[in-house]
Design a protein around this ligand. Sequence first.
Ligand SMILES: Nc1ncnc2c1ncn2[C@@H]1O[C@H](COP(=O)(O)OP(=O)(O)O)[C@@H](O)[C@H]1O
Ligand SMILES: [Mg+2]
Length: 249
Amino acid sequence: MTTSIALYVNGLSVNFGGFAALTNLTLEIPYGQTRAIIGANGAGKTTFMDVITGKTRPTKGEVFLDKSVDLTALDEAAIARKGIGRKFQKPSVFEALPVEQNVELAVRKGQGFAAMLTSSLKTSQRRRIEEVLVTIGLVEERRRLAGTLSHGQKQWLEIGMLLAAEPRVLLLDEPVAGMSDEETERTVGLIKQLASPDRAIVVVEHDMDFVSRVADLVTVLHEGQLLGEGSMDSVRTDPRVIQVYLGRS
Ligand SMILES: Nc1ncnc2c1ncn2[C@@H]1O[C@H](COP(=O)(O)OP(=O)(O)O)[C@@H](O)[C@H]1O
Ligand SMILES: [Mg+2]
């Protein structure tokens, strides 16, 4: 059986005016895998996601989707259309709209607010909205304004809005930061549910217990460089990782 590679990153470097945020980073993330990227603040984790999504251009190196689509040649909108969805650290839902309409907007994609008022949903779109609400566990909250949700619920809603596009690569930056233990627990379940043979999930997170429960493989970054890669158990016991990261927290 061959595993197909979702993200192929080779010799990636990013400099910000002489400051090396990422240096010669090489890694592959296959479909079907949930990969965690860990490392201290400033390690380059968010910059890595910025490069994948076209927000930041690499100074050097290759970044491919499916080993064939050169992501460094595409802009953010084009990369999103290729099926790469990203959740930023801070949730950004439409607070003044009900939960359901947030998902509706995402399902309608480019159609926008005007279409929501004037054109009716296709059956397939209606079904997708229901599926997303069930997946993110917000069926009962569907009529609530998104602004009244808890922090955790907003995070799930934003993940749901990404799911509307059925992403093949899902990037989640600190999904459980600020969540209660119970919300974190539910997010573990959500991410396990989102994992599929046709999807790669990349999670940046500081909560090591959470990482050990969702990640198939862990990549450790340190000052923009690859420090180690392996199972959470092997990474946890790697002396270099302990010294520069885990031992400090
Ligand atoms: N646009 C930018 N301009 C200059 N420096 C930046 C920029 N973005 C990030 N950095 C720096 O790059 C380093 C890596 O940042 P970041 O990727 O956000 O780390 P992490 O997400 O691992 O905490 C940090 O030292 C940060 O200050
Ligand atoms: Mg970050």
